[in-house]
Ligand binder design. Structure first.
Ligand code: ADP
Ligand code: TRP
Length: 320
């Protein structure tokens, strides 16, 4: 099966991105043909400064490589190095009803968060559809918030196939429901745009500081606490072993343990969890030539596939 996903370089990657998306991407590469890319065209919709876009792009690539992306097996590139997707975006736009995009919640959410309501932000799902369809993707692993975009992709592929004849593979989504939403330090969804993240490769000291400042309710130390209503416990679920989790579940329910203790444990486990990848991340930082080469090689491999699908679509619409 061909598995494809993209991740936006709109900031430093955080543990919500890891447990909601990256971990699945890396697991799926073993048994599938992985196609993963840094979605820099998409990141432009949030209006980054050019120097930030450059910097975050490389940081995302280094994070993936440090966390275990297999460069032999998996195709890994930067979206804008395969501009064929932008042409397919246009062909797809011509069969995409406005109503389909008007129903997309991510556009409304982003405008509500203060992003300017420009055309690219509105058309964002069509570019995402082009990303997916140009590589004949079978499966698209994403976090739960992206499910609607995969449905839109399926709809657009359907409209195109109905209008111009069978051209595109209709993809499936792949969502791990058990880690649907990872909360941030303030209890809202962890997101680069809410300033509430714990970055995957943030300095250990700073991980500790952020965890110790996580928002909890005011239940006194002696009183029993509900693990299902606690952000700290939600993150513990991601990094603790089954037996540790059981132990902490009991401590919460019994009372007598404060949130401070749970936070200390969480900081310790988070640091331990990502420790094996830290050294690799530091080595990559010193070898940007290698990182750029991986991306360039990946772009070549991706282009070989994309240009064939684009030619097929051009022919279908009569642009050959
Ligand atoms: P952000 O909200 O930080 O900008 P993105 O929208 O770039 O994150 O998401 C990248 C990937 O990570 C997506 O597949 C998304 O579903 C997943 N993801 C982002 N935040 C979370 C979260 N808090 N919990 C689970 N998955 C998340
Ligand atoms: N929209 C996705 C996100 O914000 C990123 C993305 C762009 C993507 N193109 C894609 C994900 C294609 C999967 C497939 O997370």
């Amino acid at each position: 099966m061909r598995v494809l996903s993209g991740i936006q370089p709109s900031g430093r990657l955080h543990i919500g991105n890891y447990f909601g998306a990256i971990r699945q991407h890396l697991q799926l590469q073993a048994e599938n043909e992985g196609f993963y890319f840094v979605a820099d065209y998409h990141a432009m919709t949030s209006g980054p400064k050019p120097e930030d876009l450059r910097q975050y792009k490389l940081a995302v690539a280094m994070d993936y490589l440090a966390l275990g992306l297999d460069t032999e097996k998996t195709v890994f590139w930067c979206q804008s190095d395969v501009p064929e997707v932008t042409e397919l975006f246009w062909l797809l736009s011509c069969v995409t009803p406005m109503g389909l995009l008007q129903r997309c919640v991510s556009y409304k959410d982003k405008v509500a968060q203060g992003l300017s309501a420009n055309h690219a932000l509105f058309a964002y799902p069509v570019l995402q559809a082009a990303d997916i369809l140009i590589f004949d993707s079978d499966i698209v692993p994403v976090g739960a918030d992206q499910k609607q975009h995969i449905e839109v992709t399926r709809d657009i592929a359907g409209y195109f196939n109905n209008t111009f004849g069978e051209t595109f593979v209709i993809p499936k989504d792949h969502i791990v429901e058990s880690v649907a939403v990872v909360p941030g330090v303030d209890g809202q969804k962890m997101s680069k745009s809410y300033n509430n993240t714990i970055e995957i490769f943030e300095p250990e000291k700073s991980v500790k500081k952020k965890v110790m400042r996580m928002v909890t309710d005011s239940t006194p130390v002696e009183a029993p606490k509900d693990p299902d209503k606690c952000n700290v416990f939600a993150l513990l679920r991601l990094v603790a072993s089954e037996s540790e989790l059981k132990e902490w579940d009991q401590k919460y329910r019994k009372g007598g343990t404060g949130y401070g203790d749970a936070k200390k444990k969480l900081a310790e486990l988070l640091i331990e969890y990502f420790k094996p990848y830290r050294q690799k991340r530091e080595e990559l930082e010193k070898d940007l030539g290698y990182v750029n080469k991986v991306l360039k090689d990946g772009a070549q491999r991706a282009k070989a596939v994309a240009s064939k699908t684009l030619a097929r679509a051009r022919k279908a619409v009569g642009l050959d």
